[in-house]
Design a protein around this ligand. Structure first.
Ligand code: LMR
Length: 396
């Protein structure tokens, strides 16, 4: 049966985690997978999460299945976090969340939904984008295309993006990153988003907004600005939300697909399809992470604690960005890498070439994705000079 089966390369991001774990160099530096690390190099469980887990341990009465759309309190509270507490979409029951195994599960459910319910529609991704977007939508059976986003000069090219969107087939799906663009860290400005919205309207495109880093860009509310603009201006919208980074719940696989529809009745139709598709993928979603999020968002004290912890993660990453550019100054490289301080979120498209990335790994045990993406959130203030010196060596 298996004789003709061939081996495929490991995942470009997850395989870095394994290689890093096996590296015995004490000075190794992990800037690969998008995971936040504190000053001790640990990925902590937020205190708010720990407290919520303790409460759940005491109060949980059953392990029976949650329903096909998952934990209802989670869905409601997460939708409010994403769309705004007073969003008319929620009061009019025009938006609803389906809980998924992480943001990746939400993307996969969106991909299945498009193929199943909107046959023939292609999906358009930014070039570059998160590599799993490419394979996930192809695996879901969609025709995948690209629009320009960051060019070879490592700059955001909004004009090229808008020009390309203006020529997409009417009705196709366009994937946008709400904030903290993965992998580049280059985000659209509010003005850019407004221009994109106009093209989306003119071409009758369906946006799928990937919202995996709420709270890591400019703040929880600020990061939701574009999502809320699109939700207010368009009758229909798909949003994938992840609690992996902002709640530090990575392995608990906690996320949701939020669908906005023209009216409450249509939303019920759509949700019936989503429940069917989810049932045939994972049946019902994992309960724990969603229960934690529901507990935190539903309790003023825990919510405040979580928001403060998230804000300190955000500020720490922003200061590491500035710190790295400063550490590159003595090497005469602060101008060349000035963009690192301007980018948003965990990631930076450094502009380093695949060969330079390979040298960083082989000669200095610095791990980053081959595209030149560095996870700035994996850095530590005491290691900035070490990293700057290594970068200077491979750029020399
Ligand atoms: C990343 O891009 O590193 C994160 O989104 C984690 C992942 O699943 O790849």
């Amino acid at each position: 049966h298996f004789a003709s089966l061939v081996r495929v390369p490991g995942d470009p991001i997850l395989s870095l985690m394994e290689a890093y774990r096996q590296d015995r160099n004490a000075a190794k530096l992990d800037l690969g997978v998008g995971v936040y690390k504190d000053a001790q190099g640990l990925t902590p469980i937020p205190h708010a999460v720990k407290l919520a887990e303790q409460r759940l341990l005491d109060s949980e009465l059953t392990k029976t299945y949650v329903g096909g759309h998952g934990d209802a309190a989670f869905g409601e509270r997460l939708s409010q976090l994403v769309l705004g507490a007073n969003s008319p979409l929620l009061t009019e029951q025009r938006a609803g969340a389906t809980q998924t195994p992480g943001g990746t599960g939400a993307l996969r459910l969106a991909g299945d939904f498009i193929r199943h319910c909107l046959p023939g529609r292609g999906i358009w991704l930014s070039a570059p984008t998160w590599p799993i977007h490419e394979t996930l939508f192809a695996e879901a059976g969609l025709k995948v295309g690209h629009y320009p986003y960051v060019g070879a000069d490592n700059r955001l090219d909004v004009e090229a993006m808008i020009a390309a969107l203006a020529h997409l087939p009417k009705g196709d799906v366009v994937l946008l990153h709400a904030c903290c663009h993965n992998p580049t860290g280059f985000d659209l400005s509010p003005r850019d988003f407004k221009r994109v919205l106009e093209v989306v309207k003119a071409r009758e495109l369906l946006p799928l907004i990937d919202f995996a880093y709420q709270g890591f860009g400019d703040g929880l509310e600020q990061d939701a600005w574009a999502v809320r603009l699109f939700a207010a201006e368009l009758p229909e919208l798909l949003i994938t939300s992840s609690c992996s980074k902002n709640f530090g719940l990575y392995r608990e696989r906690t996320g949701a697909l939020i669908v906005c529809a023209g009216d409450a009745d249509k939303l019920v139709d759509i949700r019936s399809q989503l429940a069917y598709l989810a049932r045939n993928q994972w049946s019902t979603p994992p309960a724990h992470g969603a229960a934690v999020v529901a507990e935190i968002l539903g309790d003023a004290e825990l919510r405040k604690l979580w928001q403060d912890e998230l804000e300190s993660m955000r500020l720490r990453v922003a200061s590491l960005r500035r710190g790295l550019v400063e550490a590159l100054a003595p090497h005469g490289l602060s101008e060349r890498f000035a963009h690192i301080a301007e980018q948003r979120g965990m990631f930076s498209y450094t502009g380093l070439t695949p060969v330079q990335v390979q040298r960083l790994r082989e000669e200095f045990s610095v791990y980053m994705v081959g595209s030149g993406r560095a996870n700035v959130a994996g850095l530590d203030a005491t290691r900035l000079e070490q990293l700057a010196a290594a970068i200077a060596r491979v750029c020399g």
